[in-house]
Design a protein around this ligand. Structure first.
Ligand SMILES: Nc1nc2c(ncn2[C@@H]2O[C@H](COP(=O)(O)OP(=O)(O)OP(=O)(O)O)[C@@H](O)[C@H]2O)c(=O)[nH]1
Ligand SMILES: [Mg+2]
Length: 444
């Protein structure tokens, strides 16, 4: 870790629990470390506990809890961060036992989101998610967060007697935030509809957090969107026009919030509106950190979230980014090939480096081609199908047998079966450089 920073960051002990089920794909806790850094903490020690079953009181056994306590003392840590979701009682028990703040992955992600939200809507969404999390546990942590960022006015340190009162306050607050969100959403829909009338071809960047979406966005539209080696650097959707020579047209390009495994449920829900933007695109650029050892799990996680928001059947280009980090001999022979995203679903795949500007011309050409293909398909369809109604009753002039399935409307790429290349960069052992940590929201 580089430690030339003036501001001392809270020192954190990271704990992962291996339940032997293969459920966790981060046995090194690297992702948790990056999350902790993104939240402004400094990971000082990591500990993996192996257990057959979860302990009701401490999640880990009391022996491990003692071990954690020793680590905390040894490293003079300020908090302990669990990679797994702790129950409210477990969290409380651990805090009492260890004597410092204990939080879990969910709490950490919420904290990052809270620090990063910029737009009115984003702030409301994060507040809603935090309130929902808070409603289930009423932990002391919140008083600490409020002090740090000036939040929504909960008094610090709710004692047992105050819990009922707080819960009622929280419920009222949840209701009011939901109403405000609904209003913002209506405005957004109105804006979106007026945009739709212009018939712009819409491209959305989606992908796991830190894959390089914002870097690619900047490279493509030459805008300056915040890109950083932090998780969830981007929370609000940014949209710009991008001119494509090959298609002689402008398309809109949107940068979106990154995905991560086990995104707190409240956040998935809260960010539906933001992600909806992606769900309504004509083309998804699914950006993958091709140099990450866990890229495959990340792709699967992104696919899972896309399914959840109903965007999994949109045409996709898979963009393997960070080609520059891959050793020459591990690089793919071709910069463009095809990849089987899911059984039977083959999509074009491009290898590029957003940071070094390698492969951008090919990507622009592929986007142009996708927009031309989509137009060609739409032009041949009756108007009401363009508006995505299922099983359309088509006028007599058009033809009697045209009961169309949405799949036919989809401007998917032609599948090219059986000539897949091996997924090249997976065994390259490069991780993104996490050492270039910059101080984050503390500056705000
Ligand atoms: N070496 C290398 N690094 C890259 C490349 N593209 C992006 N990065 C780095 O990867 C990190 C994450 O990039 P971002 O563009 O912020 O990633 P993102 O997907 O927008 O991340 P979130 O907004 O947090 O979801 C930054 O440190 C970038 O400089 C690349 O092609 N090569
Ligand atoms: Mg980003």
């Amino acid at each position: 870790m580089t430690d030339t920073e003036v501001v001392a960051r809270p020192r954190a002990v990271l704990v992962g629990v291996d339940l032997g089920t293969g459920s966790s794909f981060d046995p090194t806790l690297d992702e948790l470390a990056l999350l902790a850094e993104s939240a402004g903490d400094e990971p000082v020690a990591r500990l993996i506990a192996r257990r057959k079953a979860i302990d009701a009181a401490f999640y880990v056994g009391s022996g491990k809890a003692d071990e954690i306590k020793e680590l905390v003392t040894l490293h003079q840590a300020h908090c302990v961060i669990f990679d797994q979701a702790l129950g409210p009682a477990q969290q409380r028990n651990l805090e009492r036992h260890i004597g410092v703040e204990v939080l879990d992955r969910t709490g950490l992600i919420l904290e990052i989101f809270a620090a990063r939200a910029r737009s009115h809507e984003g702030k409301l969404q994060v507040e809603l998610a935090r309130l929902q999390y808070l409603a289930t546990r009423l932990v002391r942590r919140w008083s600490h967060l409020e002090r740090q960022r000036g939040g929504f006015g909960l008094r610090g340190g709710p004692g047992e007697t105050q819990i009922e009162l707080d819960r009622r306050m929280i419920d009222a607050r949840i209701k009011s935030v939901k109403e405000r969100l609904a209003k913002v959403k209506r405005q957004r829909n109105t804006q979106r509809r007026s945009r739709e009338r212009h018939g712009t071809f819409r491209v959305s960047l989606v992908g796991y957090t830190n894959a390089g979406k914002s870097t690619l966005f900047n490279a493509l539209v030459k805008a300056r969107t915040y890109a950083a080696d932090q998780l969830f650097a981007t929370l609000d959707t940014t949209t710009r026009q991008m001119y494509l020579e090959a298609a002689q047209r402008s398309v809109s390009l949107s940068d979106t919030v990154g995905f991560i495994r086990d995104l707190p449920h409240g956040l998935v829900e809260a960010f539906q509106a933001t992600l909806q933007e992606a769900a309504e695109a004509d083309l998804l650029l699914h950006v993958v950190d091709g140099a990450s050892p866990t890229w495959l799990e990340q792709v699967q996680e992104v696919q899972r979230v896309l399914r959840e928001i109903g965007a999994d059947d949109l045409p996709q280009l898979l963009v393997f980014n960070k080609l520059d980090l891959i050793e020459d001999d591990a690089r793919p022979r071709e910069n463009v090939d095809h990849y089987e995203l899911e059984p039977g679903r083959i999509v074009p795949r491009l290898f590029l480096s957003a940071a070094e500007g390698i492969g951008l011309a090919e990507l622009r050409a592929a986007i142009a081609q996708a927009s031309i293909d989509a137009d060609a398909q739409v032009d041949t369809l009756p108007a009401d199908v363009r508006f995505r109604s299922l099983d359309v009753d088509v006028d007599a002039e058009v033809g009697a047998d045209a009961s169309l399935d949405l799949d036919d409307v989809d401007a998917s790429m032609e599948p090219l079966p059986d000539d897949l290349l091996e997924a090249a960069p997976d065994d390259a052992e490069h991780g993104a450089n996490v050492d270039e940590h910059r101080s984050r929201h503390r500056a705000a």
